[in-house]
Design a protein around this ligand. Structure first.
Ligand SMILES: [Zn+2]
Length: 317
């Protein structure tokens, strides 16, 4: 039995779980067994029953690893509840309430469940101290951070989004394999557009994305320097519709001002595009992006440019 010492609990957190902020009626002793690597006294942390159980399957020398593991356990368990906040806004849920009263019970409790789960996974404890002396325990845990959440690792983040939003597993995993960690946001955006896709269609989406990636790499290797067309204004540009998708004048101008002239260059600046248009909502922003993609793709054909592009004279020869 180690000589555990109870951590200080600030007044506003009395009776709270250190891991999730819920009412605590139990405690976690850390570490379970003595460790030569421990740089502080063994700790007793107030915890709720659920976090205590989650903590028991984790063997580590680091309190920060333990915190991450417990958080991961909660995220995994409440993925469906957390997904509500990703798929719906409270306003949308309230509108559903007005339209059909039979929904009311579901939507009220659904949002409440989301808020509770979100509050728990976002809670990150309070600073550790014993008898007023702070414990400066260096956080060496290496999680994967994405969209304001911290995951145990990249795979855990992918699994979380797949589960919480019921995304197509085959498609999402394929996208992640092609796009890698740095482009998880892009992979999710594409996966969200195809929640129930056949394997065959998923394969064609994947091969298209793989091709885009290759083009981007080729372009980076060639070190093309983008030359912005700064003199063009919105009055000069006309929208272009291809396959019923419109490349708006604003989005075409956006590309011109950045010197983006082809698909590969657009892909390289994709994050900047979505930052610019994210206030319009994911679906609208994606439609704008897709319209611009089709336009730049069409522009790779010189004959099309000559005969169909109303903006042809604006682009460099
Ligand atoms: Zn807890």
């Amino acid at each position: 039995m180690l000589n555990y010492q109870e951590i200080d609990v600030p007044f506003q957190y009395r009776h709270c779980c250190w891991f999730c902020g819920e009412p605590s009626n139990d405690a976690v002793d850390f570490p379970k067994v003595n460790s030569a690597y421990l740089a502080h006294v063994p700790l007793t942390l107030p915890a709720c029953k659920e976090c205590k159980v989650l903590s028991q399957s984790c063997v580590t020398d680091s309190i920060w690893d333990l915190q991450l593991e417990v958080n991961h356990g909660l995220m995994k368990r409440y993925a469906k509840h957390l997904g509500i906040g990703v798929n719906w806004t409270q306003q949308e849920l309230e509108q559903t309430c007005l339209e059909g009263t039979s929904f009311k019970g579901f939507t009220d409790s659904a949002w409440m469940m989301y808020e509770i789960a979100k509050g728990r996974v976002d809670f990150s404890g309070w600073s550790l101290a014993i008898n007023g002396v702070p414990l400066d325990i260096i956080d060496e845990s290496c999680g994967f951070e994405f969209a304001g959440s911290r995951f145990i690792d990249f795979e855990a983040a992918v699994a979380f989004y797949q589960r919480s939003e019921s995304l197509n597993k085959y498609l999402l995993e394929g996208l992640v394999a092609i796009l890698g960690q740095s482009q998880l946001a892009y992979a999710l955006r594409i996966a969200r557009l195809h929640p129930s896709i056949t394997k065959r269609s998923a394969d064609s989406v994947l091969s298209e994305i793989a091709q885009q990636q290759q083009d981007t790499k080729a372009m980076i290797n060639a070190e093309v320097i983008l030359t912005p067309l700064t003199s063009v204004t919105l009055d000069d540009v006309l929208p272009v519709t291809i396959d019923k998708q419109q490349a708006t004048a604003e989005s075409i101008l956006w590309a011109m001002h950045r010197g983006i002239q082809n698909l590969a260059q657009l892909q390289q600046c994709e994050d900047a595009f979505f930052e610019q248009y994210e206030h319009l909502g994911g679906v609208v922003a994606f439609q704008l992006y897709h319209g611009l993609q089709l336009y730049l793709e069409a522009r790779s054909n010189p004959n099309w440019c000559e005969s169909h592009d109303p903006n042809h004279q604006l682009w460099p020869k």
